[in-house]
Design a protein around this ligand. Structure first.
Ligand SMILES: [Zn+2]
Length: 89
């Protein structure tokens, strides 16, 4: 197989292509939280995940660090889904 961004063969095809492709796939995995900040609700959700207070709390003395940020992101994503469902009714 050939991987066009392979740093070994530059896409000509080599035995590293598959490995490099796997690496690239991992690097491009979904980000933990995405937002367009296009509504007050989105800004509120973003604040809960990447707002200064949320980050300071997560990385503060009692914070859970990256795990806490991931958890906040999961909660915010869930809230967004629930809001969408409620707005349909
Ligand atoms: Zn290659």
């Amino acid at each position: 197989m050939k991987f066009k961004d392979c740093p070994w063969c530059y896409g000509k095809g080599c035995n590293q292509c598959k490995i490099e492709l796997d690496k690239a796939m991992k690097d491009s995995m979904e980000p933990i939280f995405t937002t367009k900040l296009d509504s007050p609700e989105e800004i509120e959700l973003a604040n809960e995940v990447i707002g200064r207070e949320a980050i300071e709390k997560a990385f503060g003395p009692d914070g859970g660090g990256l795990q806490e940020v991931k958890l906040n992101a999961a909660v915010a994503s869930m809230k967004r889904v629930l809001r969408k469902q409620n707005s349909k009714k």
